[in-house]
Ligand binder design. Structure first.
Ligand code: CA2
Length: 144
C-alpha cells in the first residue's frame, strides 16, 4: 500500500476557479486534486483530498491523519489560518508533519493575513505560487 498524503482545504476553497481568478487562479479544487494524484502516482503515494467550510472538520481530519498514519498533511486552512487556535493546537497535537499551503502570498496582502497561527505550528510553509504551491508541498512531503 502506498503512503497517504492528506490534503485538507478550509473555508471557501470550494469556490476556487469560480470566483476571484485574479487572486486565486482559474484551477478548481478538482483540477488541483487531479494534478496531485498524477504526481503522487509517480512518487508511489496516495492523495486523500478534502474540503470543509467548518473548522471542527479540519481538526477532526488532522486527528484522522495521525490515526491512519498518513505520511504528511498539506493544509490550506483558508481564513482559519489567521484565526484558529484550535487548528494551531491540533497541528501541535499530532506527530504527522503538517505543511501549510497557500495559493496567494498572504504577506503581500492585507495586514490581517500576515499572522498565521497555522504556520506557527506547521513544519513549513509554501505560499504564493497558485496551484503550484500544492505540488511543491507534495514534493516536500515526499522527501520527509
Ligand atoms: O491564498 C490562500 O490559499 C489563502 O489560504 C486563501 C484564503 C485566504 O483567506 C487566506 O488568507 C489565503 C481564502 C480562500 C477563499 O477562496 C476563494 C476562492 C475563490 C473565490 C473566493 C474565495
Amino acid at each position: 500500500m502506498p503512503d497517504t498524503i492528506f490534503v485538507l482545504n478550509g473555508p471557501n476553497l470550494n469556490l476556487l476557479g469560480l470566483r476571484e481568478p485574479e487572486i486565486y487562479g482559474t484551477d478548481t479544487l478538482d483540477d488541483i486534486a487531479g494534478m496531485l494524484e498524477d504526481r503522487a502516482r509517480e512518487l508511489d503515494l496516495a492523495i486523500d483530498m478534502r474540503q470543509s467550510n467548518h473548522e471542527g472538520h479540519l481538526v477532526d481530519w488532522l486527528h484522522e491523519a495521525q490515526a491512519r498514519q498518513a505520511k504528511a498533511v498539506l493544509l490550506n486552512a483558508g481564513a482559519y489560518t489567521h484565526t484558529s487556535v484550535a487548528l494551531h493546537d491540533a497541528i501541535k497535537s499530532v506527530v504527522t508533519p503538517v505543511i501549510e499551503v497557500h495559493l496567494s502570498n498572504p504577506h503581500r496582502r492585507e495586514s490581517f493575513r500576515h499572522r498565521s497561527l497555522v504556520g506557527q505550528a506547521a513544519r513549513g510553509t509554501i505560499a504564493g505560487f497558485g496551484a503550484l504551491s500544492y505540488l511543491l508541498a507534495l514534493e516536500a512531503a515526499a522527501r520527509l
